[in-house]
Design a protein around this ligand. Sequence first.
Ligand code: 5GP
Ligand code: ZN
Length: 115
Amino acid sequence: MSDCIFCKIARGEISSRKVYEDDELFAFHDINPVAPVHFMLIPRLHVASLMEADSGHTALLGRMLLLAPKLAKEQGLDNGFRIVINTGKGGGQEVFHLHIHIIGGGHIPPMVRRS
Ligand code: 5GP
Ligand code: ZN
């Protein structure tokens, strides 16, 4: 997708603080972090969201999930991290190129609070 911001980041047309790259995947720090460590892992392939993923993406999604803990550890998150995949407008997704947020360091509050 020529006008997709994350495609442009993966192609190096928009600068980012790179965490990792290979022929299929790219990871970079979030421009507006919500925690001391906050980076995103994306496929180079443009897939708009998890709702557009299908069985043809099984290996790609598996690679992303298995790479995430390795990158998290390299970023100093020895004690764990949170993964978030905002999906669709109803899931709060703002950039429509599938991405995994990897978040950690400091205090990570419970995801869901029950009062
Ligand atoms: P979403 O809400 O779609 O799951 O998250 C999109 C994320 O992309 C946000 O956390 C936002 O800060 C980040 N973001 C948006 N534009 C850019 C950019 O140009 N560079 C970087 N590094 N992050 C971006
Ligand atoms: Zn894209």
